[in-house]
Design a protein around this ligand. Structure first.
Ligand SMILES: Nc1ncnc2c1ncn2[C@@H]1O[C@H](COP(=O)(O)OP(=O)(O)OP(=O)(O)O)[C@@H](O)[C@H]1O
Ligand SMILES: O=P(O)(O)OC[C@H]1O[C@H](OP(=O)(O)OP(=O)(O)O)[C@H](O)[C@@H]1O
Ligand SMILES: [Mg+2]
Length: 338
């Protein structure tokens, strides 16, 4: 039962997205409280007006679409499969950075003559000549059908299966499958192989919302903005580090100008910087603390750059959040709501 809390978010209750969703929210200062894993209602104490509903990832799209949840986090594969023709659901952030997987076509390894989409198209015609139909097991019938039709492959039938479909070909109730893969282990263990050009969709976790419910309620929009801003700034922060060095020099200007000139030569580019502040220690010494925020891949070039300026005692910190002048995702989301 939901109580008087005004906005509801559906989160995955189990499976591949459960833990990473809770970890992402915790890293954003939005720790989720779930009394135990048999409880399907929880809360985020930092957002007192919000109720968390735990649901299977596959059901979250429908919960948001029918309006029993205002927001939801699920796999983009679920949205792409169930979202066809549903313009009441808006994708608020399509890349949450985890739950990465692909939806692929896979055939038995023993089909040595089938290694591409063209081979598969030929095979469907061969089946047809023999009065048979190629049977494909999947829980993604809409995407599979549309994708194959686009490739002009039309002689097949779909067998809708809800789980462990990698077993379908060996059990004999389908000839091949369309399913999610991440490491490829499950396909391999079941003696299946992907075929060239058989990648239907790249997916990761995403944040979705019910357009109408969000449009008509300022408080819900406000809470959505908070969640989105925190997630966006947290994901953005993962790219950056902040490096601080002690540098001796005559003045902040002298150090700053020399570093800017050097950084152009060495290609080290940051958000902004350097920021330079006087270090108050021994009065005869002119020491400055120099800080630059750069992409993490620039770490060693930045350390070397600071060394050329005489930098020492270098410390490196990772920011938890990096906020821009405004939230890009939120602006795009408002556009989609119109
Ligand atoms: N191996 C994987 N690696 C990364 N993400 C995955 C993987 N398998 C599934 N996902 C993502 O997680 C979502 C939920 O799948 P999952 O298999 O965890 O559901 P589930 O809760 O176990 O439900 P079901 O009982 O239907 O399997 C998928 O829609 C997909 O986006
Ligand atoms: O490429 P891999 O890393 O092996 O991952 C792929 C498997 O992960 C998912 O299954 P899950 O473990 O969720 O089991 P389920 O099918 O019972 O939901 C998916 O349905 C695949 O079977
Ligand atoms: Mg599963």
């Amino acid at each position: 039962m939901t109580n008087d809390r005004s906005i509801r978010i559906a989160l995955p209750s189990k499976g591949a997205l459960e833990r990473s969703t809770v970890s992402l929210l915790a890293a954003c200062g939005l720790s989720v409280s779930r009394p135990n894993d048999r409880q399907y209602v929880g809360s985020i104490p930092a957002l007192p007006n919000l109720t968390v509903l735990f649901q299977r990832a596959a059901d979250i799209f429908t919960k948001v679409e029918e309006g029993s949840a205002d927001l939801g986090i699920t796999g983009y594969d679920v949205v792409a499969e169930q979202g066809v023709g549903q313009d009441n659901v808006v994708v608020i952030c399509d890349r949450l950075g985890y739950g990465r997987c692909k939806l692929v076509l896979a055939v038995p390894e023993s089909w040595i003559d089938v290694s591409s989409i063209e081979d598969l198209a030929e095979l469907t015609l061969l089946f047809k000549e023999k009065g048979r139909t190629l049977r494909i097991a999947t829980k993604y019938p809409n995407m599979t059908r549309n994708w194959l039709y686009e490739k002009l492959i039309v002689h097949f039938s779909l067998v809708e299966v809800q789980g462990a479909m990698e077993a379908a070909p060996s059990m004999g109730y389908a000839d091949m499958i369309v399913d999610i893969t991440s490491t490829g282990t499950t396909l391999r263990e079941n003696r299946l192989k992907q075929i060239d050009g058989g990648n239907i969709l790249d997916s990761q976790a995403c944040l979705i919302g019910n357009k109408r419910l969000l449009q008509e309620d300022e408080t819900k929009l406000e809470i959505t903005k908070i969640i989105l801003e925190l997630i966006e700034a947290n994901l953005r922060a993962k790219k950056y580090i902040s490096v601080t060095a002690n540098v001796q020099g005559k003045s902040a200007d002298e150090i700053g100008n020399s570093l800017i000139a050097q950084s152009k030569l060495s290609g080290v580019t940051g958000l902004r910087g350097p920021t330079i502040a006087k270090v108050y220690s021994n009065p005869e010494d002119d020491w400055y603390a120099v800080t630059v925020v750069v992409e993490e891949k620039m770490l060693l070039s930045t350390v070397n750059l600071l060394r050329t300026a005489g930098g020492r005692d270098m410390t490196v910190l990772s920011p938890n959040y990096v906020f821009g002048a405004e939230s890009q995702n939120y602006q795009q989301f408002l556009e989609k709501l119109k």
